[in-house]
Each structure stands twice: as C-alpha cells, then as structure tokens.
Write a protein that binds this ligand. Sequence first.
Ligand code: KG4
Ligand code: ZN
Length: 338
Amino acid sequence: MTLILALETSCDDTCAAVVSADGELRSNVISSQGVHDAFGGVVPEIASRHHLELANAVVDDALRRADATLDDVGLVAVTQGPGLVGALLVGVATAKAIAAARGLPLAPVDHLQGHIAANFLRIGADSGAGGIMAPPFVCLLASGGHTLLARVEQYDGFSVLGRTLDDAAGEAFDKGARLLGLPFPGGPALERLARDGDPHAFAFPIARNLDGLDFSFAGVKTSLLYRVRDLGPQDAAAHAADLAASFQHAIVEALALRCEQALEQTGLRRLAIGGGVAANGPLRTRLEQLAVTVGIPPRELCTDNAAMIASAARFVDAQPFPAYLSLDAYASGERALA
Ligand code: KG4
Ligand code: ZN
C-alpha cells in the first residue's frame, strides 16, 4: 500500500493527513493553536514556534489514525506557499526531514491549488472515483487571505477569473466580527451570532460595479464601522445579532452573485467551493440554490487542512531525494496557470 503523507503549516493550524495514492481520505489531523485569540489575529512568530512544537505529534497522530506507519508512505507532500513564511518553513523542513530519512520523494504544493484539490478527495463510500467534484468546474476560493474565482479545467492547475481588489472575504468576516466585539477568528463567531438576527434589518452595500468578476469587501466593512458608530455602544449591542446577520448577508450575496456570473460567463454548470469561508452555513445554502451542480467539501476540508495538500500532491511533479533539500517556501503569489 502506498500512501501520501502531507503537512500544512501556512498559517496557525498545524495539520497532517494521510491520503491513499488514488485520493481516498485516510486521516486528517488539525491542531488549531488557539493562542492567537488574545492578540485579535495570528502572530506569525508565535505561529512558527507552535508549529515546531506540534508538528511531530500531529504527523504521528495522522499516521496512527490512518492505521499506518512510515513504512506505508511512498510520497511526502507539503504546502510550499503562499502563507506566513516562517510558519511554512517549519512544515517544509519537517517534510524534508521525514522524506530524506526514508529516501522518499517530496511534492511541494501550492496552498490555493490545495483548496481546489479538496474537491478531488474521495471520502468513504459516498464519493465516486472522481471525488467530490471532477474538472471542469468553477471554484470559489474564499479564505482569510484570498478570495478568487478559478476556472478549473484540469487536476493540476487553474486560471483566475476574478479576485478581490482589497480585503479577502474571510478578512471581512474577521474585521466585522471585531467591530461587533466578537473573538478571533471572526467568521464562525459572526455566523453563530447572526443566527438570532434579521439579515434584512440593515442594508449593507454589495459591490456590483466592478470590472469583470472581481470582488471588493472594503466598502461593506466601512459601512458596518459607521453603522456601529452611529448607533452608539448600547444600541449596537442591542442590535448585534441583526448587524451580524445583515453584514453576513451582504458578503454572502456578493460571493453568490459573482459565482452566478462566472458560471454564465464560462458556460460551465458546475461549481465547487473552498477556503475557510466555504464553511459558512448561509453561503453553502445560498450556493446550493443555484441551478447547477454544486460540490461542497465537508467543513473540515474547507478550512486549512493537510488532506487537501495530499490530494493536490497526486497531480504535482514530485522531486526525488536529494533534489528537494534546497526547496524554499514562498510567502505570496499563486501558481495559477494564467
Ligand atoms: O482557509 P482558512 O482556514 O485559512 C486561510 O487560508 O486564510 O480560512 C480562514 C478564514 C478566516 O477569516 C475565518 O474567519 C473564515 O475563514 N471562516 C469563516 C467561517 N469559518 C471560517 N467565515 C465565515 N463563516 C464561517 N463559518
Ligand atoms: Zn487556506
């Protein structure tokens, strides 16, 4: 049996996973550091140090849960970028060490390609040989660092149809949550608060007049800031659930409208989603209502995880030992096709 062992340490989650050579998910371990909340955001140096402490234990756990040992591993994969470079380097160094000790090849994986490849995973008996969704499809990637629409025609690459001109959707959720006094990361907390609110109580702007398929979330965030200020602390607290629901509604609509446009423009009738924001319940429901085939990975495969990195590694040219010993991480950019 040949397995792929993958590591993902691009931000504040220390992740390891085991996936079979044909894309079946065997284990997916995510250790959320939970130490950044006090700072209201991820502190890169603290993230790196925690990755260093957690990496070996997380790898051991992933192997144990897959009922495997390093003897069963034929390929090691790791997120090479984009992300926090110090955090990435811990994953890259750990992956190199494991692979080199065993003389195994190493597959460097782009984080965004990983989010797309979450859709190629086969999970249990329910998904067929193609995984959750096979190309061609349009993919909405919305996370804390990125928001883009990708055209996915093949397993090993994508082209960018549109991207955010300012904040990422997850960043907008995080900043909005902060304005409402919610803890970091803001997305899940804001979604919870919004459950008790009216999404039509306040009208927040949805940027529509942009060129092509780009997004903008700076306006909606500023609009929330002014609304909270105008209401004053007491009224803002009294209307917190309505503010959260209306703010979430504006972001979900902005994302859904662009997805609809992208499907129209490409003529594709299949939509997949990825990135942390894809865990958002109202977004998932809204997209499921589009009259197309929608592929939505389970929540734990939408937020950062190593299973998606292992999945992408199946379609990457792996480097043989010792070529990868000089492999470096990259902080920004994406390895898109166009
Ligand atoms: O993909 P991800 O785990 O990490 C990055 O690569 O950024 O995405 C994290 C982002 C955060 O901004 C977080 O607030 C957002 O995804 N997020 C959500 C939800 N869960 C996570 N946003 C809205 N609703 C959620 N349920
Ligand atoms: Zn991500």
